[in-house]
Design a binder for this molecule. Structure first.
Ligand SMILES: [Zn+2]
Length: 102
């Protein structure tokens, strides 16, 4: 489904390509094909946005988790919005910039 140079992470059993947080292009390895070692940088050639694989994975997973949280918050806000006397006060929009997203 994705070629070898596409960086994907798995969230709840589904694979998502990792995208650059700035321009939303798919990120890839700096060279051709799969990175040979953990320290080979991966990232976006358009924005010169690079990181180590562990770092990129961590940022993308942080982003995924915050998106799941926001989706739940929005659903809760919608539900409570129709209930008299109840108001949802949590965060429902992404206000943090992530260097890598999915
Ligand atoms: Zn970019």
């Amino acid at each position: 489904m994705y070629d070898d140079s596409t960086i994907v992470i798995s969230v709840e059993g589904e694979q998502h390509p990792v995208l650059c947080g700035h321009c939303k292009q798919r990120i890839s390895t700096r060279g051709k094909g799969k990175p040979k070692s953990k320290s080979d940088p991966i990232g976006c050639a358009h924005c010169n946005n690079w990181g180590g694989q562990d770092e990129v994975a961590k940022i993308a997973i942080d982003y995924a988790m915050s998106q799941i949280q926001l989706t739940l918050s929005r659903a809760m806000k919608e539900t409570l919005g129709n209930t008299k006397g109840l108001k949802f006060e949590g965060q429902t929009v992404q206000n943090k910039r992530y260097r890598f997203v999915i």
